[in-house]
Design a protein around this ligand. Sequence first.
Ligand SMILES: NC(=O)C1=CN([C@@H]2O[C@H](COP(=O)(O)OP(=O)(O)OC[C@H]3O[C@@H](n4cnc5c(N)ncnc54)[C@H](OP(=O)(O)O)[C@@H]3O)[C@@H](O)[C@H]2O)C=CC1
Ligand SMILES: CC(=O)N[C@@H](CCC(=O)OP(=O)(O)O)C(=O)O
Length: 354
Amino acid sequence: MSTHTTTPIKAGIVGGTGYTGVELLRLLSQHPDVQLHAITSRKESGMPVADMYPNLRGHVDLCFQTPEEAALDQCDVVFFATPHGVAMEQARGLLDHDVRVIDLAADFRLQDVETFAQWYKMPHSSPDVLKEAVYGLPELDRDRIRQARVVGNPGCYPTTVLLGLAPVLQAGRPLIDTTHVIADSKSGVSGAGRKAAVGSLFSEAADNFSAYGVAGHRHHPEISECLARIAGAPVGLTFVPHLVPMIRGMFSTLYLRILPDALDTDFQALYEQRYAGEAFVDVMPAGSLPQTRSVRASNMLRIAVHRPAGGDTLVVLVVQDNLVKGAAGQAVQNMNLMFGLPETTGLQHVAVLP
Ligand SMILES: NC(=O)C1=CN([C@@H]2O[C@H](COP(=O)(O)OP(=O)(O)OC[C@H]3O[C@@H](n4cnc5c(N)ncnc54)[C@H](OP(=O)(O)O)[C@@H]3O)[C@@H](O)[C@H]2O)C=CC1
Ligand SMILES: CC(=O)N[C@@H](CCC(=O)OP(=O)(O)O)C(=O)O
């Protein structure tokens, strides 16, 4: 696999008009080793990107092109910031032109094609490409991502739940009851994308707080597949997502029952050691209460570990920006690995407060 040279990486984005697409544009336009080459929109072909997104004036001087007009096969890497089912139709053709693919949707996340068909209501059209795809969570699988031609960028909720659970599942000895893990997660409204949808209307989402997908959400099988890989056995997970009245941000609270033989574990130290040296996972000091605004617009995910009243329940609090570490930032982190760049290149923005 070739690694990066001094020539800029030519990047294309399919789905540049959506929320993760514009976030990719923001990050890639500041990336020192990337040249933006093509950005697609099926509806806005010919429109300067900065006319739609004025924050990019002076930074991106490309126009949108239709996916057919855009010379995606001349890119080094193409990001798909599109709905599920789009990347799997085009990945093979791009790979044949030596273009690497990073899909922000779910086409290359689940290895089990039947589970994919069940949750995404479509058959997988590219199982051969899926076989070589790597699940793009760098803190869990960085070496395989470095070698990958195709990366399935994780869902936003799964990133928080998996990184919040990995230390206790990878400790080398049983620490928690893996038959009963609870993930109580909340997302800002941008998690639903830029499409017109009743649930995303101001009058519906503002001044409101609601659970959804309680009977089953498509991120449940994604989290479960990856948990089984890292734990070496199935993990019993209850996952309940909520919509909260903020634009960006995600908060997952994990409730874990500590096994009787593990009650003397120093969980704070365990988490600190597991993520020592990780640029984008911050294990906060004992007693901390992370806030979503402490990661807003940054690629950082922050974790705090609690043990209320010193009892046998471990509470792990995890925050990230759904559009950055939960999507576009993680995709750029994966690109850096795939092209042999330092993982943090172009991703060291400090969060925006207040
Ligand atoms: N929002 C979030 O927080 C997260 C989103 N994701 C995933 O990332 C992907 C993109 O999400 P998001 O940016 O929020 O979605 P949006 O709905 O905001 O944007 C989707 C984009 O895809 C384009 N598009 C739609 N259909 C097609 C098609 N058939 N062919 C080519 N382009 C198409 C649209 O552009 P146009 O109509 O102009 O062509 C639009 O720019 C989704 O799969 C989502 O699940 C993952 C993690 C977090
Ligand atoms: C608030 C909200 O609606 N969030 C989305 C998740 C977005 C995302 O990351 O999921 P995918 O990439 O797997 O679609 C949802 O629950 O459907």
